[in-house]
Structures are given as C-alpha cells and as structure tokens.
Design a binder for this molecule. Structure first.
Ligand code: URA
Length: 433
C-alpha cells in the first residue's frame, strides 16, 4: 500500500477502507511512516471528517496497535473514567479513590497536559517520588493491593494513539469529534475496564465549545463502548468556567485533597460525586441516588482521602503531602490581579486562562518542556460573582517574575466584567447512556 495514495484519497474526500485505516494506525505505531505524512493524513481527516465506519475502524485499529491490557489478574469489577480535557479538572483525583473505596477497582491510565488543558499524570508527579511509569506487574499488583492505580500511558498500550496524540497537539488537529472519539475510546478499550464513565467537557475551556458537538461526541463514544460490550455512560459537563479555584499541578492536588476532606468548592465536589455515582451505578452498586449517597459517605468518613494517600505511597510518592498539603513547595513569585471595574464577572474564557497557566510553566509549549509543579493560578472570583473595583480576582504563581507581564495581560483579556448580573451555570448539562 502506498501512503501518499491514502493521503490523497482522504484529501479528496473519499471513504478509507478498513485496511487503509489499519495501515495508517499501524504505521503510526511502528514509526514506519514519517511524521510529516502522518500529520498530512491527520489534517485531511480533520478537514474532511471520518464517517461512522471509518471512526469505528480507526478506534479498533488504534486499540490493537499495541498490547491490550490484561486485567484478568485483578479481581472484581474494573472501572475507568476519562475526561475529554478541561481547565482545573482534577476530578480523577477525587472520583478514583471514592470509587475504589466502594469496592470497584480502578486500573487507570491517564494522560499528560494537552494544549491548554491539564493532565492527571503531570499533577500526580508534583508529589515527590510519585511514579507514573510502571511495569504491567507493578500496575496490577498496586490495583490488587489498594484497589487503585493511576499510571501514565504505557508505550505498549495504544502506541498509535500515543504518536498521533503528540502530533495532533502540535498540528492544530485536536478539536475534531472522530479523532477525539477514536483517541479516547481506543485507550479505554485497550485498557480493559468493564465499566467506563466519560466526562465530556463543553464550553470555552473544552475542545467541544457547544452543547451540540459535546453531545455528538458523547453519543459516538458511548456507542463505540457499548458496541465493544462495555457498560458505559457519559456526563456532559460545563467547562465554560474553570472547575474549582486552583489551576496548575500541585495547586490542583491541594484542591482535590480539600474536596476529599469535605472542604472543596461546590462545583468540583458536586460533579466528582456525580461521576463517581454514575461509575458505581454502572458497576451494579445501586441506583443513581443510592450511589450518590455512597460516594458522598466516602468523603464524609475520610476513607477516600486515606485511599488516595495509600495509592500515592504504593506508587513511590510521599503520602505526608496528602495529609499535609503545606509541604508542597510554594512558587517563588506571585502576582495578585484585582478587579479593574465594579460589577459582575460576565465571562471567563477558560481556554485563555488555561493558556496563561501553560505560559506560567504549568504546561508545555514544546514537547520537551519541563513542568513547574507549583506554577498556576488560584481564582478568587468566577463567572457570576460580584466584584468591587480593586478587589482580588486571582493570584498568578510562577518561578520567573518576568513571565507576569504577558500572563497578566492575557488573564485580563480572558475575563469580562460588566454591570449585568450573570447566572452561574450548572456543571452537569446532560447524561448520555
Ligand atoms: N483526550 C484524549 O485522550 N484524546 C483526545 O483526543 C482528546 C482528549
């Protein structure tokens, strides 16, 4: 098969065969086709789309491009959770220990930051010693010992997605329904869980900016999961405003710990309980309301917090940081942003705020960039809040004071203050089952 012919075929808007899609995915996995040809194909797919059959074939080929996780050594029901990516989204750190504490095993592979969105692996690595690169044996052993393990994507699992995910990040081909659906679902299918809850983000900080496209993405992924015999549901959730107040790696661990202590912001705690409850319901732990109460009880009795600390310890991290988050090193510099007008926060462009965080060092501008774990933003005010001129809206944190000049301007550009009262959005928009 000639790769140029396949690029041309997609470029001209024709449907690719199963064999052609397999050739594309397997060539990405074994590096037998150069990045420029893979990128050209991604752009052709982005511009001309993939129909239902092509999306299913791409998901299937990517999931088979490496090893399929064998979770047979893990006893009991296995659950998984995946978010399409957002700003301040630390729900995995709350949902996973809650669900594990309820007896559903979480053997989860998480990602690093992508574009303006954060990644669970980067966040967990801000705990000193924490290891996200684990052998299969270590991974299964940790799940069997504490019911929970969050690792980075192994090079052997879905290598096609690993390669294409990196190329999409730097070729403006991320925000596309078939490409996101096949990327996420190939990993979920290869990951081997019985029950999957998806968090499909929608709004200014999400890859899907409007409800219609978020719903379409959710439906597509649920259909793929169900077709593969998994119990699956998707919650469509608001990402027009960052979730919680803290954005940035160790800042998000600190806020997740507060949520597990029962002191988290309502939006973060509320949606984490709903995600946990839906996963517990899929795992047969009761109806949705019973599962909500069950999830909440694991925060109230402190057991989910202990479960997170147990996982941190087994993955080589220092659990003292979970029980005492004051141990996290503080950023060297901080810069307070105050309201330039009195009124209401009418809008926060969550993507803009996520990009400011990346610029401060909490994410990567280039693949090889190192993360600054203490960099980020703490928001004191969010969309819908009343502010008086001169009142604190946010504090930016970083380790190089020079970064503040541009970051401050970009932050201010991302926030609109006006006189009209603005309603706060509910975090849960819809459920697709
Ligand atoms: N998360 C993924 O795993 N893949 C995407 O394409 C987008 C978000």
């Amino acid at each position: 098969m000639n790769f140029i012919d396949i690029i041309r075929k997609k470029r001209d808007g024709f449907e690719l065969t199963k064999e052609e899609i397999e050739y594309f995915a397997f060539s990405a996995a074994d590096d037998s086709v150069p990045d420029y040809q893979l990128s050209a194909m991604l752009m052709a797919m982005f511009l001309n789309g993939l129909n239902e059959t092509e999306t299913l074939n791409l998901t299937d080929a990517m999931s088979r491009s490496g090893d399929m996780a064998d979770l047979s050594e893990i006893e009991g029901i296995k659950g998984d959770k995946h978010s399409t990516g957002g700003v301040g989204d630390k729900t995995t750190l709350i949902v996973a220990p809650i669900v594990a504490e309820c007896g559903v095993k979480i053997a989860k592979m998480s990602g690093r930051g992508l574009g303006h969105t954060g990644g669970t692996v980067d966040k967990l690595e801000s705990v000193p010693g924490f290891r996200t690169s684990l052998s299969t044996n270590e991974f299964t052993d940790i799940v069997n010992r504490c019911g929970l393990c969050v690792a980075g994507q192994s090079g052997k699992l879905c290598p096609a997605d690993k390669k294409l995910y990196g190329l999409r990040d730097v070729t403006a081909t991320v925000d596309n329904i078939p490409l996101i659906a096949s990327s996420i679902m190939s990993k979920k299918l290869a990951g081997g869980a019985d029950c999957i809850v998806l968090d499909v983000k929608c709004g200014s900080g999400a890859f899907m900016k409007d409800e219609e496209s978020a719903k379409l993405l959710a439906e597509k992924m649920v259909e793929i999961g169900r077709g593969a015999g998994r119990k699956i549901a998707a919650l469509i959730t608001d990402m027009d405003v960052p979730l919680g107040h803290n954005i940035g790696n160790s800042l998000e661990i600190i806020e997740a710990v507060e949520a597990l202590k029962g002191n988290g912001p309502d939006d973060l705690t509320g949606i984490s309980i709903l995600l946990a409850a839906k996963l517990l319901q899929l795992a047969g732990k009761g109806d949705f309301n019973e599962c909500k109460a069950l999830a909440k009880s694991k925060i109230d009795d402190g057991s989910a917090l202990k479960k997170l600390a147990e996982m941190v310890k087994l993955q080589g991290g220092n659990p003292d940081y979970i029980f005492n988050t004051d141990l996290f090193p503080k950023a060297k510099f901080e810069c307070e942003i105050t309201a330039w007008d009195s009124g209401y926060i009418n809008h926060m462009n969550a993507e803009g705020i996520g990009s400011v965080c990346v610029e401060l060092g909490a994410g990567r501008l280039r693949k090889e960039d190192k993360i600054d774990p203490s960099a980020g933003i703490i928001l004191s005010k969010k969309t819908g809040d009343r502010v008086e001129i001169g009142e604190k809206i946010a504090v930016l944190y970083c380790s190089d004071e020079k970064m503040f000049d541009s970051a401050k301007c970009k932050f201010i550009d991302s926030v609109t203050i006006g006189i009209e009262e603005t309603k706060k959005n509910d975090v849960l928009i819809d459920i697709v089952e």
